[in-house]
Design a protein around this ligand. Sequence first.
Ligand code: CTP
Length: 398
Amino acid sequence: MLKDRRILLGITGGIAAYKAAELSRRLVEAGAEVQVVMTRAACAFISPMTLQAVSGRAVRSELMDPEAEAGMGHIELARWPDAVLVAPASAHFLARVAHGLADDLLTTLCLATDKPMFLAPAMNRLMWTNPATQSNVSRLRERGIRLLGPGVGAQACGETGVGRMLGPLELIQGLAGTLTGDHVLEGNRVLVTAGPTREPLDPVRFMTNRSSGKMGFAVAQAAAAMGAQVTLVSGPVALDTPANVERIDVETAAEMQAAVVPRAGDAHIFIATAAVSDYRPLVAGDRKIKKSADRLQLELVRNPDILAEVAALPSGPFCVGFAAETHDLEAYARAKLTAKGLDMIAANAVGNGLAFDRDQNTLHLFWPGGDEILPTAAKTELASVLMRRVAERFHAQN
Ligand code: CTP
């Protein structure tokens, strides 16, 4: 994936530095040449010796190092890579780069290089959401520096939230997408819905479905790897945000509609993978429903059809729907394609342990005038093929 690419891997001081050894190894396995540069704080978390062993090159860390400078000076080192990846990038490091400081070797290299730069933030959730960090992040993005992550999940400090460093494979995928020039969606905005919705019955109960969000997250990741600017509107799922993807979390179908519709006019492509609840309870009281009679009747009302609403927008985006069917897959998929006025629909069989919450899937694509079966594969692979077809048909129409 990264054959003969030169990657300057910067490591800064944070507990996620321990993951940098695995990352370095995976980069080498992907064919890259890796030169590690560590800050002093990083050396307190993981030994340069470990990084030297996994990268196969002597690690650099000091700016004022006559011996190393005699070998490859820092300006030469800044010119050497095809890309700079800093993982983990601490809050302090983001601040230093955002402000153009050059007070150690790594920040100096960041200032002296004109190669694509990728930063993988890793920090406590409150440090990430702090307005100081967010304003540094905006500055970095404005300068074309790409941020990979951070993801959501359990943190080393015992808290849970945004701020976790993405895993090595996600980082490599984010990097490879840009470096390999497979950027057929560069300059296009892609909006994706994913996961289930939750429709409250009372303050403690809700209606939902078995969707895991895996397909939608894989689609968002594939679109981002193709250079698109991706916004992912997701129901409640337990998944990390893919690299280079903006994520908006929602719970109900109404919240999903409110997040999607205002953004849809601006999007070039809309992909609705979410398993949106078709109905919601008519009343969701603010008091818990108490048990009384043997039977309880719930009255449900229809939810808005987000996909149909977006597809009906005048000069709206290229619209792709998903159809999950237990039977008569082709007939239902074709009917939905026409009824909702879609550009493409991806149908998959569900039930009997198929599709939902699985890592593999099979898709049957239909578009006006054609169809194609994408054979069983990992959802990540399937999403790449699907996005390729979407890009082809989108470009053919525009
Ligand atoms: N969809 C949506 N908003 C809804 C319902 C569905 O955006 N309220 C989208 C889904 O994301 C998916 C497609 O529409 O892309 C599914 O079509 P739909 O006809 O709603 O499928 P089902 O809900 O499975 O319909 P049915 O139950 O009638 O089979």
